[in-house]
Design a protein around this ligand. Sequence first.
Ligand SMILES: [Zn+2]
Length: 109
Amino acid sequence: MRGKTDNGRRWYQEIEPELAQILVREGAAVVVNRTTIRRLYSNKEFRQLILTRDNYTCRFCGNYGDTIDHELPRAKGGHTTPANCVCACYECNQLKANRDVDEFMRMLD
Ligand SMILES: [Zn+2]
């Protein structure tokens, strides 16, 4: 996988084909050729993308949010992709931690 960091440096990292498929399917990367995919966003760009897409509104409580939460936590195999990430406020993000969305919603009820 190829990409660029926030300060414009190029990087290259070997990843599993399964992971490459997920990153492409979930909108985080595009296929360059049979052996290479390219990450579409640097960390900063990715953050910006999710926050503006969700209008800086917490997905869980509707308040202002400026953090990124993984719907399926990374600890449970979730990836940093547009499909798996939502805007969250600081409190919800802390509270949710490594729970998945269903668990967290039950906890709020
Ligand atoms: Zn919230």
